[in-house]
Write a protein that binds this ligand. Structure first.
Ligand code: NAP
Length: 284
């Protein structure tokens, strides 16, 4: 047992994290980026603990069966609603009851409401905060002590390129992403000496059901600059960066330039004015 722990630690000190045999918990794994991430981890030989909204349980079961047969890995399924105050604790307890410990937590489940702040329903905006920010925070807080105790493991928070500047027309969504980004970087520093890393994956707009939700425009001006990535492409690049231990990974050079360079050189006023132009529907 001690020997296995030592081997895992030594592998983590090497250049690339070895994912084979690791227990990976992924939230929102029945759709979009989470579903694609699950396949990337399965391809690497990780055993998967797959979370989904209860309404997606059938989809989750079908996806888990496919991954088990295709990649000869083990999966467990956790259909838990993370918008409920007790959701993250329930997920944590259900994982604990399996008797297995998690090596990697992937916080991914998220929702978006598109529209102007003053017009969107308040309860919907609070739900965005609960799923995108509070659930991430709670799951980090619940799983981190176990990782620190065994001095091994990583957290991957799927955030967004929206984390680095205000996002008019989906203001609350961007604010939740900025919160998780700040939290990830700060906690990452606090636990540096434990050997645990917290990484963020910060995609720009990606072609998933999230962008097909009610109210989301068919085309944004920003797509002319950044295009629209596929979830499979984002997941493949994201897992590669995660294995290398990159603390922040923004796929796409133009997205990296906008999020990492322009937001620093632009005066703060411009950093919210430009998004107000490019994050609206093309044609308006
Ligand atoms: N798509 C983009 O342009 C983009 C860009 C940057 C970052 N991201 C981030 O990537 C992550 C994944 O999003 P996606 O684009 O892949 O969207 P998606 O296809 O809609 O996937 C999100 C997943 O989270 C699940 N979920 C939502 N509410 C939940 C709840 N209360 N409890 C448990 N699970 C819940 C969804 O279930 P249901 O389908 O049942 O709601 C869905 O499976 C999110 O954090 C998102 O903010 C997305």
């Amino acid at each position: 047992m001690r020997k296995k722990g030592l081997t895992i630690r030594l592998m983590e000190r090497g250049k690339m994290l070895i994912l084979k045999g690791k227990n990976v918990l992924i939230t929102g794994a029945a759709s979009g980026i989470g579903k694609a991430l699950a396949e990337c981890f399965a391809r690497e030989g990780s055993n998967l603990f797959l979370g989904s909204h209860p309404r997606e349980e059938d989809q989750l079961c079908r996806w888990a069966d496919y991954l088990e047969h295709q990649y000869h890995i083990k999966t467990k399924k956790f259909p838990v609603d993370l918008s409920l105050a007790s959701g993250p604790e329930l997920l944590y307890r259900q994982v604990e009851q399996t008797g297995k410990t998690i090596d990697i937590l992937v916080n991914n489940a998220g929702i978006m409401l598109y529209g102007d702040f003053a017009n969107l329903p308040l309860d919907g905006q609070l739900e965005v905060i609960t799923v995108n920010a509070i659930a991430y925070l709670k799951l980090m807080r619940l799983f981190l002590p176990g990782l620190i105790e065994k001095k091994s493991g990583r957290i991957l928070n799927v955030v967004s390129a929206s984390a680095f500047q205000p996002t008019p027309h989906h203001a609350v969504y961007g604010a939740t992403k900025a919160f998780v980004q700040s939290l990830s970087e700060a906690v990452g520093q606090e636990i540096k000496s434990s050997g645990i890393k917290i990484c963020t994956l910060n995609p720009s707009y990606t072609d998933t059901p999230m962008l097909r939700g009610k109210g989301f425009p068919k085309k944004l001006w920003w797509y002319s600059i950044s295009g629209l990535s596929s979830p499979e492409n984002i997941a493949r690049k994201g897992v590669k960066a995660f294995k290398k231990g990159k603390p922040i990974y923004i796929p796409g050079i133009q997205n990296w330039f906008a999020a990492s360079v322009l937001t620093r050189v632009f005066p703060r006023r411009l950093a919210s004015y430009v998004p107000s132009l490019v994050l609206r529907e093309k044609g308006n």
